[in-house]
Design a protein around this ligand. Structure first.
Ligand SMILES: *[C@@H]1O[C@H](CO)[C@@H](O)[C@H](O)[C@H]1NC(C)=O
Ligand SMILES: *[C@@H]1O[C@H](CO)[C@@H](O)[C@H](O)[C@H]1NC(C)=O
Length: 233
C-alpha cells in the first residue's frame, strides 16, 4: 500500500520533471503530500525549498483547525512531516495534546525521537520507563512543568483532573513514529502473545484483544479510579 502510493507520487513527480526548471511543484499547487515531501527532500538548496513553499501560509500550522481537535476524550495533533510538509528537513515535530477529563495516552514509544512534554493547563501524571531494568519515573505536570521521554522509552500519561488538560509535545525529528504497545503486541501470533503473558490457559487472549481501544486520535479513556472520581462511569 505505502509502496504503491509512494511510487504513484514518484510517477507524478517524474511527469512534472520536464517543467522542473520553469514550473516548480509548489505547496500551493500540489495537493498530494507525498509528492510535496519528495520534492522538498530532493531540493538542492534551502532557496529551492523556499520556492516550493512560496506562500506564507505554507509556513503556518493551525492546530485548532485540524479535524481531530477534540477534548472528548482528547487528541494528539501532530505537526510533522506527514501533516506539515514544511517541517521536512528541519528535524522536529510539535504536537498539541488535548486531554479531556480522565483522558490518557496509552503506553507507547517513539522509535525515532526523544520527546519533551510541557503542560499548559490541567494536572497530568506522566510515567516513563527507559528500558528493561529501569525504574519508573513519575511526575505530576501542572502549567509550565515539563518532563522528558528519551527516544524509545515506554511512556504514558493521564489527566488526573475532572476538567480539561492541555500540553505541548516537542519531538526531535519530523518523523518520530509512534508505537502503541498494546495495539502492537496483539498483532503478533496469538500463541506468542499467550506465551508472553505466561502461558496461562485461563487467560482469554481474544477477550483481552477485543478490549483494546483503537489508536484513534492517540487519546483514550483513563483509569477506572479517575472515571469514578469524576462520575464518568
Ligand atoms: C505551481 O505554482 C507555481 C507558482 O505559482 C508556478 O510557477 C508553477 O508553474 C505551478 N506548477 C504547476 C505544475 O502547475
Ligand atoms: C473542554 O474543552 C472543550 C472545548 O473547548 C469544551 O467544550 C468543554 O466544555 C471543556 N470541558 C471541561 C470539563 O471544561
Amino acid at each position: 500500500m505505502a509502496f504503491t502510493s509512494k511510487y504513484g507520487s514518484l510517477l507524478i513527480l517524474l511527469s512534472l520533471m520536464p517543467t522542473w526548471a520553469g514550473a516548480l511543484v509548489t505547496a500551493q499547487n500540489v495537493t498530494d503530500k507525498h509528492t510535496l515531501a519528495i520534492s522538498l527532500n530532493i531540493a538542492t538548496t534551502e532557496l529551492d525549498r523556499l520556492d516550493i513553499l512560496y506562500s506564507d501560509t505554507d509556513w503556518m500550522f493551525d492546530f485548532f483547525a485540524q479535524p481531530t481537535y477534540t477534548y472528548s476524550p482528547g487528541a494528539v495533533i501532530n505537526a510533522n512531516a506527514a501533516t506539515f510538509p514544511t517541517t521536512v528537513g528541519n528535524g522536529l515535530t510539535l504536537a498539541w495534546v488535548t486531554l479531556g477529563p480522565c483522558g490518557m495516552q496509552a503506553p507507547h514509544y517513539h522509535p525515532r525521537a526523544s520527546n519533551y512534554i510541557v503542560a499548559i493547563d490541567g494536572s497530568v501524571e506522566t510515567y516513563m520507563i527507559a528500558e528493561n531494568g529501569a525504574r519508573m519515573v513519575t511526575n505530576l505536570l501542572g502549567p509550565g512543568k515539563m518532563t522528558l521521554f528519551p527516544r524509545g522509552s515506554l511512556h504514558s500519561m493521564q489527566n488526573k483532573g475532572c476538567g480539561n488538560a492541555t500540553l505541548v509535545s516537542a519531538l526531535s525529528t519530523e518523523d518520530p513514529g509512534t508505537h502503541t504497545v498494546a495495539n502492537g503486541l496483539f498483532n503478533l501470533p496469538r500463541d506468542m502473545v499467550a506465551a508472553a503473558f505466561g502461558g496461562n490457559k485461563n487467560l482469554d487472549i481474544d477477550d483481552l484483544m477485543k478490549a483494546i481501544p483503537p489508536v484513534g486520535t492517540g487519546v483514550t479513556m483513563g483509569s477506572a479510579d479517575c472515571l469514578a472520581k469524576c462520575s464518568m462511569q
